[in-house]
Write a protein that binds this ligand. Structure first.
Ligand SMILES: [Cu+2]
Length: 124
């Protein structure tokens, strides 16, 4: 009698474990995959011939913008609201900034203030 009981209990436990595994496989794992953040989109801006190119871009929130200095002259990427600022970038140096929230972010090269650019961050 007691053997039979323990046998049924073991079966019951096995059944519960199996159900639990199925539950995890069906419900929990897909949720985890869905929650995994996709890699941040990136947009490249060249600094060439004393100009930012493209001079104006529109990106979605969360986008990483990467500037690369293609000139032989140092330049900076400095936002007018001071929310981002590079050091002096030598030839082929890069500067990156991720735009978390919406807005219009104008920037200049502090060494050549006639060089201007703007990043519009908009939900798309
Ligand atoms: Cu410059």
């Amino acid at each position: 009698m007691s053997y039979r009981f323990s046998c049924n209990t073991t079966r019951l436990l096995r059944g519960c474990v199996a159900l639990g595994l199925v539950f995890c496989a069906v419900f929990v794992m897909p949720a985890n995959f869905a929650a995994a953040a996709p890699p941040a989109p990136t947009v490249e801006v060249n600094i060439a011939k004393f100009a930012f190119s493209p001079q104006e871009i529109t990106v979605a929130p969360g986008t990483k913008v990467i500037w690369t200095n293609r000139d032989d002259t140092p330049h900076t990427v400095t936002s007018n609201d001071k929310s981002f600022a590079s050091k002096g970038l030598d030839t082929d140096d890069k500067f990156e900034h991720t735009f978390a929230s919406e807005g219009d972010f104008s920037y200049i090269c502090t060494l050549h203030p006639f060089m201007t650019g703007v990043v519009h961050v908009r939900k798309q």
